[in-house]
Design a protein around this ligand. Structure first.
Ligand code: WQD
Length: 341
């Protein structure tokens, strides 16, 4: 059964491709490599033992997507392809709205024209903004986005729910998975996160600082109203997140009603602070992470972590890997990518 994975060479996309294959699906990758690296395809090939089908294309083109849908018997789509840098999105709003929402609209039109009915949308816990209560459930109110990127996720969810609702006669089954903070890498260390330039996210910066290829990590503020003053997040192993996509796709395939739109939190349910994460990293990997305390980063929320009970009940999925597993796998991946050519 073929599943189209847009952005399938990216961090979460590549791990989802491996999880799909291991679950007996045939993943078909579409990626323009504008924000990912072809070396990841080699890693996927080494892990699954065969080269996946890859279309080096941008999802913004109806003709391109239709030709793929006509050539491959696609049962469903997992849509990762989007620009995701919060800071960059504030500098380039039009590019983010055009790329992220334009690609989603083209994909939906193409799916409806070609009769493809199942879609998993990559959304984010950023839709919750600064929650008033923790842990966040799927009923926690969505807050006005504090970044253009976060707004494209919110508008994307609205486009999907409106489209499903409008199609009484046709069927379209959609799940929006709201990710928390993906970390780690495949245990083989053959695929992982490949940030371009200075990493925005905490764990890749931490591993590069520990490897000595980056200066000291700056912790963005230790004066927050949390036990140790640093922000709290729900760090989920990327392989757990990948397997949640397989569970979500299986749920859609088995769902009897022709049309469904739902949202699901995909997190571990535990909140961990920046300092706690750093101390776990040092303990697990047996080396120090040089760091200093700096000013707060604009747009950061103090604390957000998931109530993941809906995913467990509805998708029969829960996170199985520990934060220690994620930090160990992240470090092994860093060592593998830092090796001299
Ligand atoms: C985590 C914590 C920083 C870097 C990300 C994505 C977002 C969504 C959720 C998927 C914060 C601190 C970071 C550094 C630091 N994912 N930090 N020094 O901001 O929670 O959001 O995950 O859709 O799209 O952006 O993740 O890793 O940037 O920050 O102190 O050099 O680490 O202040 O408290 P964030 P992050």
């Amino acid at each position: 059964m073929k599943v189209l994975v847009t952005g399938g060479a990216g961090f979460i996309g590549s791990h989802t491709v491996v999880a799909l294959y291991e679950a007996g699906f045939e993943p078909i990758i579409v990626d323009d490599f504008s924000n990912s690296d072809p070396q990841i395809i080699e890693g996927i090939t080494a892990i699954i033992g065969k080269k996946p089908t890859v279309y080096q294309e941008n999802c913004h083109s109806m003709d391109v997507l239709k030709s793929i849908f006509e050539k491959e018997q696609i049962e469903g789509v997992i849509h990762f392809a989007a620009f995701k840098a919060v800071g960059e999105s504030m500098q380039k709003p039009l590019e983010y709205y055009d790329n992220n929402l334009g690609s989603l609209i083209v994909l939906l039109k193409c799916m409806l024209e070609c009769g493809v009915k199942n879609l998993i949308f990559s959304s984010s816990c950023t839709v919750y903004g600064e929650p008033d209560a923790l842990p966040v459930t799927e009923q926690t109110p969505v807050k006005p986005a504090n970044s253009v990127y976060g707004n494209t996720q919110q508008i994307g969810e609205e486009i999907l729910s409106d489209t499903v609702r409008s199609l009484e006669h046709q069927s379209l089954k959609v799940l929006s998975l709201r990710y928390f903070n993906p970390v780690g890498a495949h245990p083989s260390a053959l695929i992982g996160e490949l940030p371009r330039g200075v990493p925005n996210n905490l764990v890749p910066f931490m591993t590069q600082a520990a490897a000595g290829i980056r200066g000291a990590l700056t912790i963005f503020g230790d004066d927050y109203p949390t036990p140790d003053g640093t922000c709290i997040r729900d760090y989920i192993h990327v392989m757990d997140l990948a397997e949640a996509h397989v569970a979500g796709f299986r749920y859609l395939m088995s769902h009897e009603s022709p049309a469904i739109y739902d949202v699901v939190n995909v997190g571990t349910g535990s909140g961990v602070s920046v300092l706690e994460l750093l101390q776990s990293f040092e303990r697990i990997n047996g080396l120090p992470v040089p760091y200093k305390i700096g000013p707060r980063r604009e747009g950061d929320v103090v604390a957000v972590y998931a109530d993941a009970s809906k995913a467990e009940k509805m998708l029969c999925w829960k996170a199985l890997r520990s934060i220690e597993d994620g930090l160990r796998d992240a470090w092994n991946w860093q060592k593998n990518t830092s090796k001299p050519e």
